[in-house]
Write a protein that binds this ligand. Structure first.
Ligand code: Z5A
Length: 214
């Protein structure tokens, strides 16, 4: 059986990752593709427990930047070994709400950690498995802030300064510029328009797969 495909959705808060991940999963399933959806941090019992430490300081103190990085990578290692790799090997398509590019954008561009070091650590945590396609949902920082405003208790990242969010958003754009794997899609327009652009890219991947199997 052919290995499944691995697609990640990335972008700043409120860009529409969860919304578009659900729409894409529905569309792929309608096309007869077995799909597994997951998210980071999370997607495993360990990952969901660590998510509370990372977003809401559930241990009673905030992690230092280094501890924060290692906690994200621990979640990723568990998710990769327990969920993503087995699903891909079963021939399923895996859609993840955030993955390695969030580490590069938030810890790299946002916190100022060394990108080459982050890439090496990420390779270690994932056994060098990479997404086949990454969709970067891009929205201006003000729009991102407006979409998440009034959603209830802000998490540790949402409470960061505007300058941090600006660095993260610019970081995502820089990552997309330097990578054929990352497709940047404007997510400010109508939801249907964004969904159409995402589907066009995924359909190309699906067609290639079907041509290969034919
Ligand atoms: N993080 C990190 O630092 N390092 C890492 O390695 C990883 C993560 C993996 C996880 O949060 C936090 O961890 C995150 C980065 C950090 N920081 N923050 N904050 P998360 O992923 O759980 O949280 P999030 O990004 O804040 O999720 P979100 O706000 O739910 O964003 P979303 O999934 O992109 O958006 P959504 O749920 O689809 O909601 C979008 C809203 O906009 C929704 O109300 C829509 O109705 C509305 N809206 C309006 N127009 C549109 C269009 N056109 N399309 C889509 N949605 C639209």
């Amino acid at each position: 059986m052919a290995r499944g495909r691995f697609i990640t959705l990335e972008g700043p808060e409120g860009a529409g990752k969860s919304t578009h991940l659900a729409l894409l999963a529905e569309r792929l399933r309608a096309a007869g593709v077995p799909v597994l959806t997951t998210r980071e941090p999370g997607g495993t019992r360990l990952g969901e427990a660590v998510r509370a430490l990372l977003q809401y300081d559930a241990a009673g103190e905030a992690p230092t930047p280094t501890a924060e990085l290692l906690l994200f990578l621990a979640c990723r290692a568990q998710l990769m070994d327990e969920v993503i790799r087995p699903a891909l090997e079963r021939g399923e398509w895996v859609l993840s709400d955030r993955f390695c590019d969030s580490t590069f954008a938030y810890q790299g561009y946002g916190r100022g950690m060394d990108l080459a070091e982050l890439k090496a650590l990420n390779r270690f945590a994932t056994h060098a498995w990479k997404p086949d396609l990454t969709v970067l949902l891009d929205i201006p920082e003000e729009e991102s802030r407006a979409r998440v405003a009034g959603r209830g208790r802000a998490d540790r990242f949402e409470r960061e300064q505007d300058a941090f969010h600006r660095r993260v958003a610019e970081g995502f754009r820089a990552l997309a510029k330097g990578s054929a794997r990352i497709l940047r899609i404007d997510s400010t327009g109508a939801r249907e328009e964004t969904a159409r652009a995402i589907w066009a890219a995924v359909e190309t991947l699906l067609q290639k797969e079907r041509d290969h199997d034919a």
